[in-house]
Ligand binder design. Structure first.
Ligand code: ZN
Length: 127
């Protein structure tokens, strides 16, 4: 079962303004869910690898496809949680803004505020 929660301890800063709290929606995955997610990613790649075996020339991509399936599947299997949303109130409007998530998450993170188009730097409040 996925259990959406909220990670605390994130802080956002905009140049020339005081820091503000940023809340993140976090989805956590149980062991069964992790296996299913890994299978959903690796399965089609392995199926494609099997399908291209009889095609001359294209069959050379089989080791690449199998390797990709194993690496991505392993990564998914180890992923225990995922950030689904980032919200902060930088002060440009009356209500908090939903920040667009980048492809790769890591702190510190620099995002554009959808309200004022300012750069918002997001970091852990400890650092
Ligand atoms: Zn803003």
């Amino acid at each position: 079962m996925s259990s959406p929660g909220a990670a605390a301890g994130l802080r956002g800063t905009v140049y020339g303004k005081p820091p503000f709290a940023v809340s993140a929606g976090v989805e956590t995955f149980g062991p069964g869910q992790r296996r299913l997610r890994a299978l959903k990613l690796a399965g089609p790649l392995l199926l494609l690898a099997v399908l291209v075996i009889p095609i001359p020339g294209v069959h050379l991509s089989v080791p690449f496809l199998v390797g990709l399936a194993l690496v991505l599947g392993w990564r998914r299997l180890r992923q225990t949680e995922r950030i689904t949303s980032l919200q902060g109130h930088c002060g440009c409007s009356d209500r908090p803004q939903d920040y667009e998530l980048p492809d790769r998450l890591g702190l510190p993170l620099t995002l554009r505020c959808p309200g004022c188009r300012e750069f918002v730097k997001i970091e852990g409040s400890g650092g």
